[in-house]
Design a protein around this ligand. Structure first.
Ligand SMILES: Nc1ncnc2c1ncn2[C@@H]1O[C@H](COP(=O)(O)OP(=O)(O)OP(=O)(O)O)[C@@H](O)[C@H]1O
Ligand SMILES: [Mg+2]
Length: 511
């Protein structure tokens, strides 16, 4: 609604009209002049094209709207803005859209919905009204085929997005809106990303490098992991902080990397934790089996060819590398003299550590490296040195709290009359989460599964008791043996002393 003061006066309307009419007359005269000139100089077909373009140019200058064109390809390379828009607009489809396309690649998790030719999508960004339009033009190209000795016609589709908005917002659209679209598309792609497991075994697909990959479908998540809740939370917070700290790492001049050492007995969830980390961050996993490698240079080549946003895993590091005495009279050598168990003398622990600290740090971003071991005490101190692995995480035997997580995972229950008994027994017995999981999987019937677990814990407890009794007996036997040896030693001493006394007495007599 207009207020009285906002109604334009008759004179101002008339003066606007005359200005507009005068401009139109000038434009028409210019066009006519151009037409006469070009009639004489330029062929008819070219003239048509020229005027169409000129008309478009004049129109866009006279109108307050402007259009940005986003082609699928920029020359031969893909246009990242097009790809981002394609992804982003999939999330902006509304009930106004009538023509949609759906598709799903064999390995995609979700069905993708896109707008069809001619469809428009309305968007708002910081007060700017934006209209996206999808345009697709089919072109046919005929060429001579030397194999069939005939003409072949290829049809190709040129896909474009047109983005319309008010001219005055051009700067803001280019500098703020399009980066926003790209950022949103990146996080949408991250959400839908399929995690890949790269290895050196050569059983998967290759994408150019020395690693082959398969899709990673491990179901482990932080919710399903039975581990100390505080440690779990600390780790999740640590990962969250790590991925957000690009600027921080730049500022302090440190490589954007993080190292974790997971240690604990077999079956306590070290590999499951790596899977949970990969699923949480949507990072690919590189399973680096050192036994496949021959030398430090090969190791370097493999590490350099890993991608950003990935987890490099070296499992059972204590079994892969071992200290070896070389030279120096069999004494324990320093880290530069550490070599692999096998005869592959050129692959050394120091090579690995130097690379983690040095060269590798200078290439790539957002990398996590994880070592696992069942025997932390067997590891070379060089690996445990402060600053080398950022966090040491102990994966322990099952705790009462861990048992509850597993019971919920496997049986979907949060409580049961047997819980109290089981929790008490778990405090006493060393049982791994893998063993508990195995028992819980034995039956779909909650009572049967839990009773089975109680039975197995009881057996373990009895075994532990028997082992303790045996150990005590052994200890007693050992004590007795030592005592009798002491007695024997004492008797021998007395005998020796009395003999010496007799000799001394005899000597005195002689004197
Ligand atoms: N902490 C845990 N939380 C949930 N499930 C677990 C846990 N630990 C073990 N499991 C179960 O046991 C199986 C074996 O565990 P996992 O392979 O992760 O153990 P690990 O510590 O890596 O053993 P290893 O030292 O032998 O490699 C897993 O697939 C999972 O089903
Ligand atoms: Mg493991």
């Amino acid at each position: 609604m207009y207020s009285l003061t906002s109604i334009p006066s008759a004179t101002s309307v008339f003066s606007t009209y005359t200005t507009f009419a005068a401009s139109a007359m000038v434009a028409r005269t210019v066009i006519n002049e151009l037409r006469t000139l070009t009639n004489q100089l330029v062929p008819h077909q070219l003239q048509k094209e020229l005027f169409a373009r000129l008309g478009g140019l004049l129109w866009s200058n006279l109108s307050s709207q402007m259009t940005l064109t986003v082609d699928e390809y920029n020359g031969l390379s893909v246009n990242e803005i097009y790809q981002a828009a394609d992804t982003y607009l999939g999330t902006r489809i509304s009930t106004l859209n009538e023509q949609l396309k759906v598709s799903k690649a064999p390995r995609d998790k979700k069905i993708s919905v896109r707008i069809n030719k001619g469809e428009k999508i309305i968007d708002e960004f910081e007060g700017i009204h934006l209209v996206w339009e999808f345009v697709s033009v089919e072109t046919q190209k005929t060429s001579y085929n030397y194999e069939t000795c005939g003409q072949t016609t290829e049809t190709s589709e040129k896909k474009t997005f047109r983005l319309g908005f008010q001219k005055g917002f051009k700067e803001k659209v280019v500098r703020a809106y399009l980066p926003y679209v790209m950022e949103r598309a990146k996080s949408i792609n991250e959400e839908n990303k399929r995690v890949k497991l790269y290895s050196l075994g050569g059983f998967g697909e290759y994408d150019g490098g020395p690693w082959s990959y398969i899709d990673f479908h491990h179901p482990s998540t932080f919710e399903t992991l039975a581990m100390d809740e505080e440690v779990k939370k600390e780790l999740v917070d640590d990962l969250d902080r790590f991925v957000k700290r690009k600027k921080f790492y730049e500022r302090v001049g440190k490589a954007w990397k993080r190292g974790y050492l997971l240690y604990g007995p077999p079956g306590t969830g070290k590999s499951s934790l790596i899977a949970a980390m990969a699923n949480y961050l949507k990072f690919n996993i590189y399973d680096l089996e050192l036994t496949y490698l021959q030398s430090n240079s090969e190791l370097r080549r493999l590490l350099v060819s890993t991608a950003n946003r990935s987890i490099i895993v070296i499992e059972d590091i204590d079994c892969s590398v071992e200290l070896e005495d070389r030279g120096c009279g069999g004494s324990r050598q320093n880290e530069s003299q550490v070599s692999l168990l096998t005869t592959r003398q050129n692959l050394t622990l120091s090579g690995l550590l130097n690379f983690i600290d040095g060269l590798w740090s200078s290439c790539g971003d957002e990398r996590i490296i994880v070592f696992t071991t069942n025997h932390k005490d067997k590891l070379d101190p060089a690996l445990l040195r402060p600053g080398r692995m950022d966090k040491h995480i102990h994966m322990s035997y099952c705790t009462p709290c861990g048992f509850k997580t597993l019971a919920f995972n496997y049986l979907q229950i949060k409580n049961h009359p047997l819980f109290g008994e089981i929790e008490e027994m778990i405090k006493e017995v060393e049982v791994t989460p893998a063993e508990v999981a195995e028992e819980l999987m034995r039956s779909d019937d909650t009572d049967i599964a839990l009773r089975g677990l109680v039975e197995s814990l009881r057996r373990k407890n009895e075994k532990k008791f028997e082992e303790q009794v045996k150990a005590n007996e052994e200890e007693k036997k050992e004590d007795n043996r030592e005592q009798s040896m002491d007695i024997e030693k004492g008797q021998n001493k007395r005998v020796r002393r009395s003999r010496t006394k007799r000799v001394v007495r005899r000597r005195k007599c002689r004197l």
